[in-house]
Design a protein around this ligand. Structure first.
Ligand SMILES: [Zn+2]
Length: 69
């Protein structure tokens, strides 16, 4: 299990075009647990957002790996 982020959670925000909903500046990727969430921060006002992510596994195009190169 991954511990929750250390941040307090505020209201749900809708983010469009990777822009901060507070000030419309660009947000940048900070961190992720690689499975469930990412955190992004505004480059202007330092607001931090947690974003739920979903991994898609393309089993139909899996490739068997053999030996070493
Ligand atoms: Zn902002």
């Amino acid at each position: 299990m991954t511990p929750d982020n250390i941040y307090l959670k505020d209201a749900v925000k809708i983010i469009k075009d990777e822009q901060c909903p507070e000030c419309d500046h660009e947000i940048k990727f900070i961190d992720s647990d690689g499975v469930d969430w990412e955190t992004w921060a505004c480059t202007n006002c330092s607001a931090i957002y947690e974003v739920t992510i979903e991994i898609t596994r393309h089993w139909d195009t899996a490739v068997e790996l053999k030996g070493t190169t």
